[in-house]
Design a protein around this ligand. Sequence first.
Ligand code: S3P
Length: 438
Amino acid sequence: MNTQFIVSPHGSLQGYHRVAGDKSISHRAIMLGALAEGTTQINGFLEGEDTLCTLDAFRAMGVAIEKPAYGKVVIQGVGLHGLIAPKQPLYLGNSGTSMRLLAGLLAGQAFSVTMTGDASLSKRPMRRVTDPLKLMGAHIETNAAGTPPLYVQGQSTLKGIEYVMPIASAQVKSCLLLAGLYAQGTTCIVEPAPTRDHSERMLMGFGYPIERTDNRVCIESGHKLRAMSIEIPTDISSAAFFMVGASIATGSNITLQHVGINPTRTGVIEILRLMGADIQLNNMREMGGEPVADIQVRASELHGIQIPAALVPLAIDEFPVLFIAAACAKGETRLTDAKELRVKESDRIQVMADGLQQVGIQAQPTEDGIVIQGGQIQGGSVHSHGDHRIAMAFTIAALRATQPITINDCANVATSFPNFVSIAQAAGIKMQVLEESC
Ligand code: S3P
């Protein structure tokens, strides 16, 4: 089946909306809740396909997890050494976060596991986690291309290492922190640039000591995780679609409620403000160790910028929709230092450049970024290549198009934002969803 979004041109975004729960925090809440001692209660869990893959993986490893209501999860933690061997390989769908974080966690178990994924995940690079895990003593294999399936052999004796990460990646950092729970001595990770720190915050929330200085984080084995209650904020990466939508659609005034504004995630706000966006953070508060705010965005005239390299890791998932902002901005927007975008759920540089050209925007891909000339978005048909964020980005583009935009292969929007269509419609986007057999 080809799930198509057909989005009418024009419109503005209005009202108060609560987007889906934070994906990164939801994954980590399941993982740490499962390894903790006692009962962990989660509210605001993202019921998306990716995070449900993580949840199913822990059920398959013997953890009792209940979902008494939408967004609520109750986990009976089994402790750091209580997981049991799954009967089947763990299937992790589209979710790179599940596979990379689990690689670290499973490297320290007594049993062996194979992890598989869908066509997109099966093409994603895994040596970034297997190389340092091998340095720690793990027996872990990818296929010849360095891609999944991943085979993790049990009963390895892990030892702590000091690892200087060659790329800025929260997934790699988190993978090694989880392996560090099982490694002899201390595991330290040095980041080339700050990346999201949800793992560090949540480990501390579960009472596990870690040491943090500037760009280095260390963890020592031998301590315990204590169950807790977790209130998960909504995902700034999902809110970003409506932040850009409200910025580019004349007359818009929208408020996105209860959004996580962890400073390692707010690059999208900073980039949009540099482009001239009108964004206000209201009702700022802290919930469960994470800062939260209601984000109000009003329409404004955007202008092109050179995106500062330091903001790239802090907005890494928001570039597809930021490219739509650039397409609607006056002048040129340049992105560099963003090679990582080529190995996300799709090659986001190439796929976005192709889609933008398809709807009449000049977009020149470069090796590590893109150059976009602001202009008039036309209508047309684009392909998301099964990438949720590409599908949602082009939905937003229609707000400034002259004709409808049809987006193909949109089913994977359910991996991160299952209620995207209903929130988009409630906010003012005129769209329909068609299921077409291919
Ligand atoms: C994530 C980290 C980022 C991000 C991904 C989620 C996480 O990946 O793109 O969607 O939850 O740690 P990298 O760490 O590979 O940049």
